[in-house]
Design a protein around this ligand. Sequence first.
Ligand code: AQP
Length: 328
Amino acid sequence: MKRVLSGIQPSGQLTLGNYIGAIQNFVKLQHEHECFFMVVDLHAITVPQEPEKLREQTEAVAALYIAAGLDPNKSNIFLQSHVHQHAELGWLMTTLSYMGELERMTQFKDKSEGKQSVGTGLFVYPALMAADILLYQADLVPVGDDQKQHLELTRDLAARFNGRFGEFLTVPEPYIPEVGARIMSLDDASKKMSKSNPNPGSFIALLDDPAVIRKKISRAKTDSEALVKYDPANKPEISNLMSIYAHAAGMSIAEIEAKYEGQMYGPFKKDLAEHVAALIEPLQARYHEVRRTGEHHEALRRGAERAREAAEQTLTEVKRRMGFVLPQ
Ligand code: AQP
């Protein structure tokens, strides 16, 4: 059985991008693999977070995992900060990484662009992400396309460790969905849809009211050609909406093109909003139930227990190989 590890930052309200690009795959993978899915709260603080908001968002992500179909009896669901081994291996991986390779990370460049002061946490974040994955000797990492570069670094760090200290760490493979790997912003199709975007009109939050979803989709940017055609290079906005449509309605791009042939964007957008609302409504109902019962707390407790056990085994061996004196 392969091991799977992934996580999402509680850095805002989860978006449809997070759902299509990541969570839907988590749910699929849990049936065939040993899975560890965390809420990466230590990553969230690489940009400033309001403590109360961070707490609420962390609870929300954990509850959304369960609402989306992660089964605590199949998947180990936990908070990254409940497993202290992440911070420790994170430091060890930081010492193995080079400034040059961290400077090349596009996410770092995007998030630090135009900022007067940039936290060092944001810079070394990919080394912590590598530690998250390597701690569990994960074979597969389900992520959206945007995380591919970080995963490459993880593979490099694992190979570097193995080269210096002997073959031990598993070199993980990315698991990226074929459709929906990168859902773009509703107001700017050159940027990915992000939960931390200050413009709420740029993303669909999984907890948005259906009326809000309809409004956001009706206002989503499109070109002036009024032709429902999938052409990401020349028609990025409508192509992005079509990817979302394909996902939400379970239709192929060709079927969507045929359905709206000769029509303007209005009817397409109207139907898209209905499909997205229908996708999200049951998830929201289940989410509110989880929050009411608090069932995610017991799942997080059990998940962290199992995660600590697996993480400690790796960390101890890594430290031994690196030359640390282990407690007698
Ligand atoms: N727009 C997207 N399309 C497809 N997949 C996406 N993911 C994120 N945005 C999209 C995937 O969701 C997972 C969670 O990522 P994360 O929370 O660790 O950080 P992120 O990739 O930086 O996601 P956000 O939403 O953009 O968060 P902020 O705004 O805080 O940076 C990952 O698997 C990611 O690929």
